[in-house]
Write a protein that binds this ligand. Sequence first.
Ligand SMILES: NC(=O)c1ccc[n+]([C@@H]2O[C@H](COP(=O)([O-])OP(=O)(O)OC[C@H]3O[C@@H](n4cnc5c(N)ncnc54)[C@H](OP(=O)(O)O)[C@@H]3O)[C@@H](O)[C@H]2O)c1
Length: 225
Amino acid sequence: MTSSSLSPRPVVGRTVLIAGATSAAGVAVADALCTAGATVIAVGSNEGRLQSLRDTVTDAVTYVCDLGDFSAVHELAAAVHAEHGAIDGLIHLVGGWRGGGGLTGQTDDDWDFLHSHVLTTLRNTTRAFNNDLLDSPAGRLAIVSSVTVENPAPGGANYASAKAAAETWTRAVGRGFATAESAAAAVIFVVRSLTGLEHELATRVVDLWDADAASVNNTRVRLGD
Ligand SMILES: NC(=O)c1ccc[n+]([C@@H]2O[C@H](COP(=O)([O-])OP(=O)(O)OC[C@H]3O[C@@H](n4cnc5c(N)ncnc54)[C@H](OP(=O)(O)O)[C@@H]3O)[C@@H](O)[C@H]2O)c1
C-alpha cells in the first residue's frame, strides 16, 4: 500500500449544502456525500419530505427554507454559519418541468414557476453562499441542466430558456471564482433525464473534490453517455 492510498479523499470533512435535496437524485447525492465523509446540509421546502430524507440518510442535517425567497435564504445562511460554519459545496437541484402545447402552450404561469424554481433559487443560494465558496480551500458549485438548452423545441421553450439562464448564471459565478484565483469551481452537469442516473450524478458530485478547481471550473459535463 502506498502512502497516497492512505490519504483521505479531499471531500472528507467538507460541508456541502444541497439546495432542493428531497428528490431521488437529492437523496442519492446526500447519501453519497455522507458516505464519503462530508457533512451534508439538506435543504427543501417541505419538512415531511426532509424527514423522509433523514430516515434514509441519517447523518444529514436538514433545514426547511423557501429558496425562492432571498430573505429566507439569507436567514438560512446565517443559521448554517452559526451551526456549521462556512460551506465548501453548493449542489443546486431545485428544478421541475412545465411545458408542452407548442409555443402557444408556453404560459406565463409555467414561466413564473420555472423562473422561480430553476433560476431564482440558484441566484438566491449562490449570492448567499458565494463568499463561503470563494474562501473555501475547495469550494464547489454544481447544477444539473438539460440537453434541451442546446436543442430547444417550441413545447419546451420556457423550460430550455430558464435552464439556459441558469447555465449562464453558473458560468458567471465560475468566472468570479477564476478571477479571484480562488480554489473554487462551478460545474454544469447535463442530462436528458435524471431517471436512472441518480447514482452517476451522486458519484460525479463526490468526485468534484478529487479534481483541482482550474481543471473543472466552468465545465459542462454530460451524464449518461
Ligand atoms: N428529473 C429529470 O429528468 C431532469 C432532467 C434534466 C434536468 N434536471 C434537473 O436536475 C435537478 C434535479 O432534478 P429532480 O427532478 O431530481 O428534482 P426536482 O423535483 O426538480 O426538485 C428538487 C428538489 O427541489 C425542492 N424544492 C422545490 N422548490 C423548492 C423551494 N422553493 N425551496 C426549496 N426547495 C425546493 C423539492 O423539494 P420540496 O418540494 O420538498 O421542497 C425537491 O426535492 C433539477 O435542477 C432539474 O431541473 C432534471
